[in-house]
Design a binder for this molecule. Structure first.
Ligand SMILES: Nc1ncnc2c1ncn2[C@@H]1O[C@H](COP(=O)(O)OP(=O)(O)OP(=O)(O)O)[C@@H](O)[C@H]1O
Ligand SMILES: [Mg+2]
Length: 261
C-alpha cells in the first residue's frame, strides 16, 4: 500500500517535470534575414511560459516552428518527444489536435456564424457526431469567454474584442493539451484584456494546459506567467519569474517592463 502511494507521488512528480515542448538550438533565416539564432526553450507540463520581445524579433516564427508551419534551418523541435520536422501530413494533423494555436489575427471563418465556427473543429478535427455533446461544448466554451449571446451572430457583426474572444473559444473548444497564444490581448480594452488573461489562467488550472503566451501586455504577462523569457535580436537574453525580471539589475531586461506593472 505504502509503495503504491510512493509510486503515485513519483509519477505525479515525473508528469509535472515532463517537457511537452522542447525547442533545441533552433535557427531560422528568411533569405538574408537571420531571425532565430540558436534558440532553446523547454515548456513543462502544466506550465505557462510568457515570451516578451520587441516587434519583429521572431516570436511568432518560434511558435510557428512548434506546430510545423515553419521548419527551422538548424536544430530540432520536439512536441511530446516527437520531432516535428520529421512528421508527415497525418502526424502534423494529429499534432495540431494536441496543440491549439491562437493566431495573432485570431482568424474566424467570415461566412459562418459563431456557432458554426465552433462546431467546425469539433466535427472536423475531433470527429464528434453526438449533436447534444457538440451543442453543450459550444455553449460551455462561449459561456467561458462571455459570448453566449453572440452564438448566432456572424463574425462581421462582432466587435474586435468579441472576435478575439470567439477565436480563443474556437481554439479552446478542442481542449488541446498545449496552447500557443500569439498576442491574445492586443488591441483589446484593459477590462477585456484582463478577462482574457484570466481565462488563460483558468484554462491552465482547470485542464492542466501547458501554454506559451506571446505578449506585449505586461498585465497579461503578470497574470499568466509562471516563467518569462525575453527575446531580443534572435536570442533569449533573460529568463525568470515576472518579478525577478522586472527587478533585474540589467537595464535592458528591465526596459521590457513598464511603469504600470
Ligand atoms: N513566412 C515568412 N517569410 C519571410 N519572412 C518572415 C516570415 N515570417 C516572418 N518573417 C520575418 O521574420 C521576422 C520575425 O517575424 P515575427 O513575426 O516572428 O516577429 P514577432 O516577434 O512575432 O513580431 P511582432 O511582435 O510584431 O508580432 C520579421 O523580420 C519577419 O518579416
Ligand atoms: Mg508576432
Amino acid at each position: 500500500m505504502e509503495t503504491a502511494t510512493k509510486h503515485t507521488k513519483e509519477n505525479k512528480q515525473a508528469l509535472k517535470n515532463e517537457v511537452v515542448v522542447d525547442i533545441d538550438h533552433i535557427s531560422k533565416s528568411f533569405g538574408n534575414n537571420e531571425v532565430l539564432k540558436d534558440i532553446s526553450l523547454k515548456l513543462k507540463r502544466g506550465e505557462n511560459v510568457v515570451i516578451l520581445g520587441k516587434s519583429g524579433q521572431g516570436k511568432s516564427v518560434t511558435i510557428q516552428c512548434i506546430v510545423g508551419l515553419l521548419i527551422p534551418d538548424k536544430g530540432i523541435v520536439k512536441v511530446f518527444g516527437d520531432d516535428v520536422g520529421e512528421m508527415d501530413a497525418d502526424e502534423l494533423k494529429e499534432l495540431r489536435t494536441k496543440v491549439g494555436f491562437l493566431f495573432q489575427g485570431g482568424a474566424l471563418y467570415d461566412s459562418m456564424t459563431v456557432r458554426d465556427n465552433l462546431e467546425f473543429p469539433l466535427t472536423r478535427v475531433l470527429k464528434l457526431t453526438d449533436q447534444a455533446e457538440i451543442d453543450k461544448r459550444i455553449e460551455d466554451v462561449l459561456d467561458g469567454v462571455g459570448l453566449l449571446d453572440a452564438i448566432d451572430k456572424m463574425p462581421s457583426d462582432l466587435s474586435g474584442g468579441m472576435r478575439k474572444r470567439a477565436g480563443l473559444a474556437r481554439t479552446m473548444i478542442v481542449r488541446p493539451e498545449i496552447m500557443l497564444y500569439d498576442e491574445p490581448t492586443t488591441g483589446l480594452d484593459p477590462i477585456t484584456s484582463r478577462e482574457i488573461s484570466e481565462l488563460i489562467l483558468e484554462m491552465q488550472k482547470k485542464h492542466k494546459t501547458s501554454s506559451i503566451i506571446i505578449t506585449h501586455d505586461m498585465e497579461c504577462a503578470k497574470i499568466t506567467a509562471d516563467r518569462v523569457v525575453i527575446m531580443n535580436e534572435g536570442t533569449y537574453i533573460a529568463e525568470g519569474s515576472f518579478d525577478e525580471l522586472k527587478n533585474s539589475e540589467d537595464t535592458l531586461v528591465r526596459s521590457f517592463f513598464n511603469e504600470t506593472t
